[in-house]
Design a protein around this ligand. Structure first.
Ligand SMILES: Nc1ncnc2c1ncn2[C@@H]1O[C@H](COP(=O)(O)OP(=O)(O)O)[C@@H](O)[C@H]1O
Ligand SMILES: [Mg+2]
Length: 287
């Protein structure tokens, strides 16, 4: 039986960045015909058996429109309710409240002023992707105030976080799950200070395959369980999930973000089984 899958992209990168090259044949082996389409292209998303968010990297500027589109697609993976929760990083506060070791965050709504940290810190939008509009500051002052004011001026909520200096030495680690089951992991070097890719949608990342340390795996698992608890879903309902972690000053792993919307899944860095596991997870969603 043939089934149709659509991989969702954005008009600037209609077939993503090439990371899924080995995933398409793996799905074809299982009887899927796969095509790519930007989310705002008007393609027939309603009749596809499964619609997989992969490279919709332009949603941060149009989140409301994007979320309405998500809600109009019956077979969306991950589903619209998950996307709504996950596309606003204020969920980090919920993870902290749930006891998950997470990078501390101060949520600064338009009109509010942050309590500036005494150490280097990061200011970023609560709705953002690809490291866009993320800035590091060594000290509080006019530069940081200007960045917060610019985000607020666009109606965006700002997040202030202590800068985790381990990213400069160890980078961050991305731990990926398909259908709620661990698949593989990869490291990303420090992003702030690197250049934009040609599409202007993300900072160029340097990725490498990695085996997560036991502590890292344990925190990533706890983070995923907590996220599913907050969402009221089972882990198996998530076609894909990526937990990004850094080491805190004391060396303990902290969650930097949970990516349930359109994360790069690092197939190019992963073992040859990763695309097969992904294809199997897609089948599971339809079972
Ligand atoms: N608190 C932080 N400490 C150190 N680096 C950070 C911090 N927050 C963000 N960064 C850097 O900025 C990048 C982008 O931030 P992130 O929160 O992952 O947002 P997104 O990937 O959704 O744009 C990270 O990959 C990391 O390199
Ligand atoms: Mg990130």
């Amino acid at each position: 039986m043939t089934r149709s899958a659509i991989f969702v992209s954005c008009s600037a990168l209609p077939e993503g960045d090439g990371d899924e090259a080995a995933v398409l044949p793996a799905l074809a082996d299982l009887g899927f015909t796969v095509s790519w389409a930007p989310w705002d292209s008007g393609a027939d998303f309603e009749s596809a058996d499964v619609v997989v968010l992969r490279a919709a990297w332009d949603y941060p500027e149009r989140r409301d429109e994007f979320l309405s589109w998500c809600e109009s697609v019956p077979a969306l993976s991950n589903p619209a309710s998950v996307v709504r929760w996950n596309t606003d990083k204020t969920y980090l506060g919920e993870l902290l409240d749930a006891g998950v070791p997470t990078v501390p965050v101060e949520i600064v709504q338009p009109g509010e002023k942050p309590r500036w940290p005494k150490k280097p810190f990061v200011v970023k939008p609560s709705v953002g992707a690809g490291s866009r509009d993320v800035a590091r500051f060594d000290v509080a002052g006019p530069e940081a105030e200007k960045h917060v004011a610019a985000l607020h001026g666009d109606g965006r909520t700002a997040l202030v976080q202590p800068y985790q200096s381990s990213v400069d030495t160890q980078g961050e680690i991305a731990v990926t799950y398909f259908g709620g089951v661990y698949s593989h992991a990869f490291t990303k070097s420090a992003m702030l200070g690197s250049g934009m890719d040609a599409s202007g949608l993300y900072l160029e990342e340097k990725l490498a395959a990695a085996v997560p340390a036991p502590q890292v795996r344990a925190v990533a698992e706890d983070a995923l369980d907590a996220a599913c608890g907050l969402l009221g879903i089972l882990r198996a309902e998530l076609l894909y999930a990526r937990v990004d972690l850094v080491r805190g000053d004391d060396g303990r792993p902290l969650v930097l973000e949970i990516e349930l919307t359109e994360p790069s899944l690092g197939f190019r860095q992963a073992d040859a089984g990763a695309p097969l596991r992904f294809a199997s997870a897609v089948r599971q969603q339809l079972a």
